[in-house]
Ligand binder design. Sequence first.
Ligand SMILES: Nc1nc2c(ncn2[C@@H]2O[C@H](COP(=O)(O)OP(=O)(O)O)[C@@H](O)[C@H]2O)c(=O)[nH]1
Ligand SMILES: [Mg+2]
Length: 292
Amino acid sequence: MKVIITIPAYNEEKTIVPVIEEIKRIMSQTSYDYKIHVQDDGSKDRTAELAKKAGAIVSSNPRNMGLAENFQAEMISCLKLKADVIVHTDADGQYLPYHIPQLIKKVEEGYDLVLGSRFRGKIRGMPLTKRIGNKMFSKVISSLTKLKITDSTTGFRAFTKDVAQNIEFINRFTYTQEQIIKAAKQNFKVIEIPIETRKTRDSRLFKNPLEYAVKAWINILRIYRDYDPLNFFGIIGFIFLLFGFLIGLYFFYLHVTVGIVGHVGLMMLMLLLIINGIQIIMFGFFADMKKK
Ligand SMILES: Nc1nc2c(ncn2[C@@H]2O[C@H](COP(=O)(O)OP(=O)(O)O)[C@@H](O)[C@H]2O)c(=O)[nH]1
Ligand SMILES: [Mg+2]
């Protein structure tokens, strides 16, 4: 069984070497056949050179592609290296490598995707906004997958080559939630284990909380649309119908009291809301038919 430990890195010359050394120290105490791989995402500093010197296999993207696309490049690289098990961790040293053998062990026990959850273990230094956003994500994802997920955005995970091979990504912003949802939907066995983390430099991925929140919510809505279209369109259509119905009630009230005179605009609005509402619900049914 071949283990590839892969690390995405963008301008990480300060931390990449200690991270690699620390992983080597832990892994050398095990009997796993492993290699460390760094996917350099167009770094402009010495990340690639230093990682190579520290003993990692380095693949470099021609330009900075961002986390999600970089992750796909990582999967291709790992599969080329004939990985049976892939362990993914970050270049900033946030995740403690002593958990790596624990993650791998779960894969050996038959799980396909093992997540290191920062919320089940000790968490240090995650800002409140991010923590709240993360909790909300986890709720949505738990309800979509029917699994108990506490940390859906963790970058610390181990999975089989089948998971790497069979999951395609549409999100260009992050891979983290999509991998969990698609794995669960494809009947891969997913589990979380608690992990301890270390406080590191500030996140570079999510510098701007507002941008993060907006992108995260668009992400959630797209996930809902794709995996639960009947609910997604159903709720929107229902809101249209509800307003149409309320206006209808008002007309009924007029009819039994003073009688309906004029109100052409309002009447049209009512019809529009009701017809559109029904149409949107129909979209839900069509989308449900084509559901992935
Ligand atoms: N591929 C890629 N990876 C990045 C980029 N920015 C950060 N990373 C990597 O993603 C991982 C997590 O980054 P970090 O800034 O610690 O974000 P955090 O997960 O929010 O703490 C690290 O390994 C970074 O090197 C980027 O633009 N592209
Ligand atoms: Mg970090």
